[in-house]
Design a protein around this ligand. Sequence first.
Ligand SMILES: *Cc1c(COP(=O)(O)O)cnc(C)c1O
Length: 354
Amino acid sequence: MNYPKVQIDLKKLKHNVETIVKLCKEKGIEVAGVTKVFCGNPEIAKVYIDGGVSYLADSRIENLIKLMEFNVPKILLRLPMISEADKVVEYTDISLNSELKTIKELSIVASEKGKKHKIILMVDLGDLREGYFYEDEIYEVVEEILNLKGVELLGIGTNLTCYGGVIPSQKNLGKLVKIGKNIEERFNIKPSIISGGNSSSLHLLLNDVKIQGINMLRLGESLVLGLETAYGNRIQDTYDDVFQLVAEIIEVKEKPSLPVGEIGKNAFGKIPRFEDKGIRKRMIVALGKQDIDFDTIVPEDSKVAILGGSSDHLILDGTDSEVDYKVGDKIKFKLSYGGILRAMTSEYIKKELI
Ligand SMILES: *Cc1c(COP(=O)(O)O)cnc(C)c1O
């Protein structure tokens, strides 16, 4: 059984990584390659390394553990759980943090292991996910961190466009850089890393907006999809089809477009509505909502339309296509970031590296 499967084109991925790393290097920015969308698969992560990323980063410790073989610093992106402090210190070099209680625990654990764990303090510039929102709190916590034996303040960072949709700008990232300078002046230590966000910060580089002082970006979506995510623009000279979903057609029939009989709720508790388009060529694909969210896939054949489906069935309209699809044929889909995430996480979808 080989379908459905995600095909991952490693050559295309490498090209994307090289293109974006070069763009960043030109501006003095190092790239942390974010591996969470492919669950930290080491063979895919290796392409990040070959393409020139300086760090590997993931939200989950389970994924970072898979990447131990690679000789680059590993960053834990999600704020550590206190309950996982031991693993964080054991398997990662750097973690993003915003709670002193957690940092103290990391320090204790690291001291016990004779290690120094590196901390990037997160600053919330208005997106309202993680980080210190009030500037004074940052200086207070820096002072505390400097007294801890097991941790080292490596730098500061921010994350934008994740919850509040706030777009990175010269203004908000400028504030981050300024906070870095203030730390330097007040405490006589220079934060060596100023981590200016994720793929949504790339639009500044692409438009030549100066963001002097930012020296690291943590990139996932841009590498795998060739997208800057603030405005959703494609990045020149990148591929958007590194990850493709391939599934098999299990029924092809001419049928009416209106269901026959009294209409009640469908498998997901909704009353469906239909447009009468007459008799259509309908195709069922062995792929369902258990595998993927249909809003996150787009048929490669633009003349094929998604009609809907249920847990295990996807129904397509192939009437307008130039291809005469038959039972047993395979059909390909492009995936959005959410689609890649789900497909890579699903145990029902095979993964094929090409
Ligand atoms: C997921 C994540 C990233 C990467 O985001 P992309 O939009 O995929 O580039 C960066 N930083 C943090 C904290 C994240 O959780």
